[in-house]
Design a protein around this ligand. Structure first.
Ligand SMILES: [Zn+2]
Length: 74
């Protein structure tokens, strides 16, 4: 193993110049992205991201503009 290699979980690829706060933020975002998203119309967990900010429900075909990495909310 190379000297100075530190394990910092999935955020390791961002390197040491990023602070812990940012790493926590990134983990939070990744968690939200991995979560299944609920359709605001039929409430099935069938939302699929078509493009950045564009979401579509596989069940009822409802398509809407949402957030870039998760459908709605913060
Ligand atoms: Zn739906």
């Amino acid at each position: 193993m190379a000297a100075g290699t530190k394990k910092v979980g999935t955020t390791g690829r961002f390197g040491a110049r990023y602070g812990l706060k940012i790493k926590q933020k990134v983990l939070e975002v990744e968690k939200k992205q991995k979560k299944k998203h609920e359709c605001p119309r039929c409430h099935k967990l069938q939302l699929k991201r078509l493009a950045k900010g564009i979401w579509s429900c596989k069940k009822c075909k409802y398509t809407f503009a949402g957030r870039a990495y998760w459908p709605l909310g913060e």
